[in-house]
Design a binder for this molecule. Structure first.
Ligand code: GLA
Length: 394
């Protein structure tokens, strides 16, 4: 049993007298479609049962305050001029959202907010997107702004680009906002058209293996990958003026113009165009209940991310190798890379033995403690009803 919502509410009650609104914003997994979102491709994320919970109420005076339960720290934002700060870092995710609201002409009432969560930071489960979408949702509710959901998703992404410095795609914020119980989202990142597909796992579980590492390269390399993809597009546009992004390109087209591209640019473009195709094929596997074919594609994705896109690391490669040795259906690194988690589709009867053998092997190889989670697919960001407050995360 997890008491995130209760912890947040208890803290709010201890600090303030008002009755707060309670908002839950989940982290996400991504079954397949990695580094495709900012190339206008397809992704297959889902919101999970790890979340950030916010308690928020109007302030009785002109002072606004935000309290982070995880850092046991207050921050007092300036609602009229929410500029980025050097510390605390966590405030910037929220300040970026406020900046967007102000720049879109909204006036924010002073408020008091307490938040806390159980999404491990740096694990590739998008705690930052949850922070942004949850806060956008909370301020929208509190101020009765009626902002369309898609607009809030874009505001959250803007915060990540401009106040955090990662030029991320739309997947994380979209999944955190739009997730649905037991459903994965098939999202076209170009049009933002999406479809929910039931996740019929039956005898399988989704197991995340957290490497516990976050290599410092992560943000700068992410932006470099994005720039390399754009470089590839510029080269291809000389031959195909209609090409707007790698979504409009096939692996064959990339191959044909290989000699015109710097080696790394070729590798990045070949991976992304192959992955965009793979996600479409994987969507068929899912509808046909062919989890084995789906799992094979997860391994292919990992191979591409590791050897062509070069966003994996020894710890992630090792854990995918462990899964392969144990003949786990599907396994791959998930999210931006350079650390974080692998996602594994594991037969229920093998979950325990897989986790214990991977944990032992990981300790032996890296002297690090592996943390494994069995995750469930849950709904996206929303208001919690009173009766639900104690059940969050359990
Ligand atoms: C991070 C970004 C996403 C996406 C993934 C890689 O999670 O925030 O937009 O690009 O990496 O697929």
């Amino acid at each position: 049993m997890d008491f995130i919502a209760q912890d947040v509410i208890s803290k709010f009650d201890a600090l303030y007298a008002e009755e707060p609104l309670i908002i839950r914003a989940p982290g996400r997994i991504n079954l397949i479609g990695e580094h495709t979102d900012y190339n206008d491709g397809f992704v297959m994320p889902a919101a999970i049962d790890k979340e950030i919970v916010f308690a928020i109420a109007p302030s009785p005076d002109e002072t606004s305050s935000i309290y982070s339960l995880s850092y046991s720290e207050f921050f007092y934002p300036n609602l009229k001029e929410p500029a980025p700060v050097t510390a605390p870092k966590w405030a910037n995710y929220l300040l970026g959202v406020m900046r967007q609201l102000v720049d879109n002409g909204h006036t924010l009432k002073p408020f008091r907010c307490v938040f806390g969560g159980n999404i491990p930071a740096g694990s590739g489960l998008s705690s930052s997107a949850a922070l942004e979408t949850g806060f956008a949702f909370a301020l929208n509710e509190l101020n009765k702004l009626n902002i369309p959901t898609q607009k809030m998703i874009h505001m959250a992404q803007w915060a990540e680009h401009n106040y955090v410095g990662v030029k991320c795609g739309i997947m994380d914020q979209f999944a955190s906002m739009m997730g649905a119980d037991n459903k994965v989202i098939l999202l076209d990142c170009r049009s933002l058209e999406y479809k929910y597909s039931p996740l019929k796992l039956d005898n399988y579980s989704i197991v995340l293996c957290n490497t516990g590492v976050k290599h410092s390269l992560v943000d700068s390399e992410y932006n470099t990958r994005r720039a390399e993809c754009e470089q590839g597009v510029a080269i291809l546009q000389r031959h195909y003026p209609e090409v707007k992004s790698l979504r409009d390109v096939t692996p064959e087209m990339v191959d044909k113009h290989k000699s015109e591209m710097p080696g790394k640019v070729y590798q990045r473009c070949f991976y992304v165009t192959s992955e965009i195709k793979r996600v479409q094929a994987a969507a068929f596997d899912l509808t046909n209940d062919d989890l084995e074919a789906f799992g094979r594609k997860m391994y292919e994705t990992h191979e591409g991310l590791s050897s062509l896109y070069e966003v994996s690391c020894p710890e992630l490669d090792f854990l995918v190798g462990q899964a392969k040795n144990a003949q786990i259906l599907g396994s791959r690194m998930m999210g931006g890379g350079f650390g974080g988690c692998t996602i594994n589709i594991v037969p229920n009867q093998q979950v325990e033995s897989f986790i214990s053998s991977a944990t032992a092997a990981y300790k032996k190889a890296f002297n690090l403690d592996l943390i494994a989670y069995i995750v469930h697919v849950k709904s996206g960001t929303g208001l919690l009803k009173k009766s639900e407050k104690s059940a969050v995360g359990s």
